[in-house]
Write a protein that binds this ligand. Structure first.
Ligand SMILES: Cc1cc2nc3c(=O)[nH]c(=O)nc-3n(C[C@H](O)[C@H](O)[C@H](O)COP(=O)(O)O)c2cc1C
Length: 340
């Protein structure tokens, strides 16, 4: 079984990923949070080295990527086929947009940094994205999807993939897209089986996933609501043909989830607590160093919405915690919760 780290915009940034790599085993591939595509002209004008989203992908902030890219051009194999490099997950940038020419220009710019695998986000349900026919807002327009896929899959040595939902408003959207994708040589398709209008409500629709599996000729990576070893076992029982699993919110809540799934059992509580305390100390100091007190508290508060589930905080306790704005007080309070 291969385990993938899901892209979570604003959360799985390079500080988070590099910290995770120092403490956690079991993640084979990470898809990076989305980067909007731009024309060559715009790219020339943008100071990429100072742009937050581009900095997240830059080789100097992703040390393992730099090594992994070496010799890659000659080999012509997809990064993800090579598997973990030096014990670290393979990184795949994710792109967001809807103009084929901008994709071609952005892919060319990122290839200079040694990236050859690219994932396209046609699943984001955020209103400001959807109204611009991006994310899952493009799913009702299969011709637009096909135009981008045709342009990027035609680029030499580039491996392209999509991450999608069931549709914006109806499942027929993904059925049409999946059928059309069969005409192209894609590396894989990630499916999060919810509609865009559902956001993250309700349960992933496994029946519709089954239907898409019967229609696709591509390798499918599953994403959605796997939060424990037991969830994973249930999913494996239903979909024994799938061997690649993407973890998102479950792995935020429990950073050792990938490891637990691979070993087939949760960590013992004492070991979990010790390792989580180490991870949290590293994470909070890393975020402080790179993002300053205000930025670090903002990031940590976001993560505590997930940690709270694992550490079984009540709503009242979480609300009280989220009212703290001072870094030192926040870290002291949270460390006390962890050691309790
Ligand atoms: C806060 C947040 C940010 C996300 N950002 C992205 C993103 O940048 N790109 C993407 O393809 N999916 C994004 N997703 C979707 C996740 O990658 C994943 O598919 C989804 O959360 C379902 O999986 P999970 O239940 O394991 O979290 C995001 C989800 C959340 C909750």
């Amino acid at each position: 079984m291969k385990i993938w780290l899901a892209p979570l915009h604003g959360i799985t940034n390079y500080h988070f990923r590099n910290c995770l790599n120092r403490h956690v085993k079991g993640i084979d591939v990470a898809i990076l949070p989305f980067l909007p595509v731009q024309s060559a002209e715009r790219l020339r004008l943008t100071k990429l080295a100072h742009n937050k989203l581009w900095k997240d992908i830059a080789p100097e902030n992703n040390p393992q990527k730099h090594q992994c890219a070496k010799g890659r051009r000659e080999e012509g194999t997809a990064d993800r086929e090579r598997g973990r490099v030096g014990g670290e997950p393979v990184l795949i940038p994710q792109l967001m947009g809807n103009k084929a020419a901008d994709f071609v220009d952005t892919v060319a710019a990122l290839s200079k940094w040694g990236y050859y695998d690219f994932n396209w986000n046609i699943g984001c349900p955020a209103a400001q994205v959807v109204t611009r026919k991006r994310g899952c807002g493009i799913m009702p327009f299969p011709d637009m999807v096909e135009e981008v896929v045709a342009a990027v899959t035609a680029i030499d040595k580039v491996h392209f993939s999509l991450k999608m939902r069931l549709g914006l408003k109806q499942c027929t959207e993904s059925e049409e897209i999946i059928k059309r994708l069969n005409r192209y040589n894609l590396a894989f398709v990630v499916i999060h089986p919810r509609l865009g209008v559902q956001q993250y409500e309700g349960k992933p629709d496994w029946e519709q996933l089954e239907r898409l599996l019967s229609l696709t000729q591509h390798e499918v990576i599953y994403s959605g609501d796997i939060n424990s070893v037991a969830d994973c076992e249930q999913w494996q029982h239903r979909f024994p043909q799938l061997t690649q699993l993407m973890l998102g919110r479950g792995l935020l809540a429990n950073p050792f989830l990938a490891e637990e799934i691979k070993q087939g059992a949760p960590l013992l509580p004492q070991e979990w607590k010790l390792r989580f305390a180490d991870y949290y100390t590293d994470l909070s100091t890393t975020l402080l160093r790179h993002r300053g007190e205000k930025g670090a508290v903002g990031n940590l508060k976001e993560l505590w919405q997930y940690f709270a589930k694992t550490l079984k905080l009540s709503d009242t306790e979480l609300i009280k915690l989220l009212r703290i704005n001072e870094y030192r007080e926040f870290v002291i309070t949270t460390k006390a919760i962890i050691s309790n």
